[in-house]
Write a protein that binds this ligand. Structure first.
Ligand SMILES: Nc1ncnc2c1ncn2[C@@H]1O[C@H](COP(=O)(O)OP(=O)(O)OP(=O)(O)O)[C@@H](O)[C@H]1O
Length: 389
C-alpha cells in the first residue's frame, strides 16, 4: 500500500489519555481516504502524526515504501514531502497569489517556477488570479489557492484538515467535488478530515470512523453503511434505530427433518417480523465460529452466529430505508413525526408496543400525524449487536 499506518499511537505531554490509540489504515496510490468522527476523537492528531508534526508514541508509518516513523526511525516533517491544507486557508496575506503558490518551490529556476504556478492556477480554475492578494479573493477561491500551493511541490501525499468547514454549504459541496476531481487528475494520494458525513461519502474512496482515539472502521462508504463493524459506527452513520430482536431457528436449505440443525440457519425475530439471514452472507464452507472470532469490538453480525446462540437477545439495526411503506402490508404503525425532505418524507413511526422506527417514504405518500400506515421490512443484511444488559 502507498500509505501504511500501523498501530500508531499519539500521546501528548501532560495528557495521559492517548489522542490516537493503535490506529492502522492503508491508502492505495491515487486514492482519497476520509476520516470522520466526533470532536476530540483524534482525527487531527492522526493527521499531524502522518505529517511528522507529532512523533508517534508507538507504531510505524510508511509512505511509498519508505519508513517515516517506526522503532529507531524518525524522518522530519520537511523531508516527508507531504502537503497540507487546513480550514483557515493559511495563505500569506502580504504575498500575491503567484508568490503564495510558488512559495514551496525555491529549488526551481525562476522560469520553471512561473510555469508550475501557471499550471497550478489553471488546475484550480483561477488562471487570472496571480497578481491579486488573498483578501481580494472569496473564501472558496482562497481555498483553491491553498490547494494549488499544497500541490505545487508535487507532494507524495496530501493531508487536508477540514478544508471546507468555513465555507457555506453550497460552495463546500461544489468545492469538495472539484477537489476530488483535481486529486484524481494529478493522481495525488490524500487523506482528509471532515465533520460532514455526506461530504465524506460523496468524495472518499475509503472512509474511516474514529471514536475516542480509535479507528472503529476503515472501509468503503457502502460497507460502513450496510455493514457497520461496531455499534458506534452503526449509530454514527445514517438514520436508524435499534429494535430488540431474538435469534430463532431459520429456514434451512437442506432437506430432512433436521435441516435447520444441519446448516445452522438462523433468523432474527423482531416486532415487525422475521428477518432471515440470507444464505449468501455466510461464505460457503466457512465455520461460523471463525466468523465470530473475526468480529471486532464485540460486533456480531447475525451471520456469524450458530444455533448455540439461539434465544439470545440482540439490538437489530433498522435503517430508515429498511422500513418500507406498503399499503398492502397487514403490519401497521402510527405516524408520530414527519420531516419533509423534498423527494422524501422521513417518518418516525410508533409500533404497537411503543417502539419507534424510521422510514424514508417517497413524498407523494403524504400521511397525517396519528395515521396508521402499513409497513414491511426490506432488509438485505441483518446487522445485530448483542443486547447490552
Ligand atoms: N496539543 C495538545 N496537547 C494535549 N492534548 C491535546 C493536544 N491536541 C489535542 N489534544 C487532545 O487529544 C484529543 C484528540 O484531539 P484531536 O484534535 O486530534 O481530535 P479531532 O477528532 O481532530 O477533533 P475536532 O474534530 O474537534 O478537530 C482530544 O482529547 C484533545 O483534547
Amino acid at each position: 500500500m502507498f500509505l501504511q499506518v500501523d498501530q500508531v499511537s499519539v500521546v501528548y505531554p501532560r495528557n495521559p489519555k492517548p489522542a490516537v490509540e493503535a490506529v492502522s489504515l492503508q491508502i492505495a496510490a491515487g486514492q482519497l481516504g476520509v476520516l470522520i468522527g466526533p470532536s476530540g476523537s483524534g482525527k487531527t492528531s492522526l493527521l499531524r502524526a502522518i505529517a511528522g508534526l507529532e512523533q508517534p508514541a508507538a507504531g510505524s508509518i510508511t509512505l511509498d515504501g519508505r519508513q517515516l516513523d517506526g522503532p529507531g526511525v524518525r524522518i522530519s516533517a520537511e523531508q516527508r514531502r507531504i502537503g497540507m491544507v487546513f480550514q483557515d486557508f493559511a495563505l500569506f496575506p502580504h504575498l500575491n497569489i503567484t508568490a503564495n503558490v510558488g512559495f514551496g518551490l525555491p529549488h526551481l529556476s525562476r522560469q520553471e517556477r512561473a510555469q508550475r504556478v501557471e499550471e497550478m492556477l489553471a488546475l484550480v480554475g483561477l488562471e487570472d488570479a496571480g497578481k491579486k492578494f488573498p483578501h481580494q479573493l472569496s473564501g472558496g477561491q482562497q481555498q483553491r489557492i491553498a490547494l494549488a500551493r499544497a500541490l505545487a511541490p508535487q507532494p507524495r501525499l496530501l493531508l487536508l484538515d477540514e478544508p471546507f468547514s468555513s465555507l457555506d454549504v453550497e460552495l463546500r459541496e461544489r468545492l469538495a467535488a472539484d477537489v476530488r476531481e483535481i486529486l484524481k487528475q494529478t493522481h495525488t494520494t490524500a487523506l482528509m478530515v471532515t465533520h460532514d458525513q455526506m461530504e465524506a461519502f460523496a468524495i472518499a474512496d475509503v472512509v474511516g470512523v474514529m471514536q475516542q482515539a480509535q479507528l472503529e472502521q476503515w472501509d468503503d462508504a457502502y460497507s460502513l453503511y450496510h455493514r457497520p463493524a461496531t455499534r458506534f459506527v452503526a449509530d454514527f452513520i445514517g438514520h436508524g434505530v435499534f429494535l430488540p430482536g431474538r435469534l430463532v431457528p431459520g429456514k434451512g436449505e437442506g432437506d430432512g427433518e433436521n435441516k435447520d440443525h444441519e446448516n445452522g440457519a438462523v433468523a432474527m425475530a423482531t416486532a415487525i417480523g422475521l428477518l432471515d439471514a440470507p444464505a449468501d452472507t455466510v461464505p460457503p464452507g466457512m465455520p461460523l465460529r471463525s466468523g465470530l472470532a473475526q468480529a471486532k469490538n464485540g460486533t456480531k453480525l447475525i451471520e456469524a452466529h450458530t444455533r448455540m446462540n439461539q434465544g439470545a437477545l440482540y439490538d437489530v439495526l433498522l435503517r430508515s430505508d429498511d422500513v418500507v411503506h406498503d399499503d398492502a402490508s397487514p403490519f401497521k404503525a402510527r405516524v408520530v413525526r414527519k420531516s419533509f425532505r423534498g423527494a422524501e418524507f422521513l417518518y418516525t413511526l410508533a409500533l404497537e408496543d411503543g417502539q419507534q422506527v424510521l422510514s424514508l417514504v417517497p413524498s407523494h405518500h403524504d400521511h397525517e400525524i396519528g395515521e396508521q400506515i402499513g409497513i414491511r421490512l426490506d432488509v438485505s443484511h441483518v446487522v445485530a449487536f448483542p443486547r447490552q444488559a
